[in-house]
Design a protein around this ligand. Structure first.
Ligand code: CO
Length: 282
């Protein structure tokens, strides 16, 4: 077995999206240079966390997506999503919305609270060319559907996608076969898990800090791990909580224009035309 090392650290940067929601973006941020940082098939990871309603209350009014999946994991707060087809879903603390935009969705994601803490993540996972134009679909996952696993080295993991120590999360398989774990470790706690070498692995501590193969990773810093078939993570003295994301890379060209992610420039132009003509998602 080879233990994976950190290949690249991606600092999250303050960003604003929707109608002015303040967030921290690591994957997908363009501030790092001319091209956004991605870790195939992961396109973007946003963390939002605030107790100030001015930072979130404007939400994400009606906007389109085509060509990928969005995964919203709400740790604290209450969010309502509605799409142009009349689908409606309530996202409460601890819940997940797994949306496959496919050929198109036009939706809004609006906070249903005017005070208190709003905290969570939105991850964008790319779809392969053959699935970019599939019909849109949703999974609204209730907190009770997300199993928690006690870890041998202390702490616990919530399993949103993939299987950990025999415990299966509600999302299984698919072309990128994603793993989405929320892992909490006590002071100096140790996490060790086999993850097949062909998968991209991304680690994002959002409380405390960790060490991976003797290299420190601070709060709000993401890390793309290098090749290997085992992931070993040690929490710092103050403990840590982090996302462990892994998935099968697509190795296809990525052409992105805002909320449209396709393989070619022509497909992006088509998406813009379809949106303008009101046929993005029909
Ligand atoms: Co959206």
């Amino acid at each position: 077995m080879t233990t994976r090392k950190i290949q690249q650290i991606i600092d999250s940067v303050p960003a604003s999206d929707g109608a002015g929601v303040r967030l921290r973006r690591s994957l997908g941020a363009a501030d790092h240079g001319s091209l956004p940082m991605r870790a195939d098939p992961f396109l973007m990871l946003d963390e939002f966390s605030s107790e100030n309603p001015d930072d979130y209350v404007a939400g994400f009014p009606s906007h389109p997506h085509r060509g990928f999946e969005t995964v919203t994991y709400l740790l604290d707060g209450h969010m309502l999503h509605e799409d142009h087809l009349g689908n409606r879903g309530d996202l409460k603390s601890g819940g997940v919305q797994w949306m496959t935009a496919g050929r198109g969705i036009i939706h809004s994601e609006m906070p249903q609270q005017e005070n208190g803490r709003m905290r969570g993540f939105q991850l964008w996972i790319n779809l392969p060319a053959k699935e970019k134009m599939r019909p849109a679909g949703y999974r609204d996952i209730q907190p009770s559907e997300i199993p928690a696993v006690a870890l041998a080295g202390g702490g616990r993991a919530k399993v949103v996608a993939g299987t950990l120590n025999g415990t299966a999360g509600p999302i299984q398989g698919g072309s990128t076969d994603p793993i989405y774990w929320d892992i909490e470790l006590p002071s100096n706690g140790f996490f060790s898990q086999e993850i097949k070498d062909h998968k991209t692995v991304y680690i994002y501590p959002f409380e405390g800090s960790v060490e991976i193969a003797d290299r420190a990773l601070k709060t709000h810093q993401g890390a793309v791990l290098g090749s290997g078939d085992r992931v070993e993570i040690t929490a710092a003295a103050d403990g840590a909580r982090f996302l462990l994301l892994a998935a099968q890379p697509l190795q296809e060209p990525v052409v992105q224009y805002g909320p449209f992610v396709m393989n070619t420039r022509a497909e992006i132009e088509q998406a813009i035309r379809d949106y303008q003509n009101g046929v993005l998602a029909v």
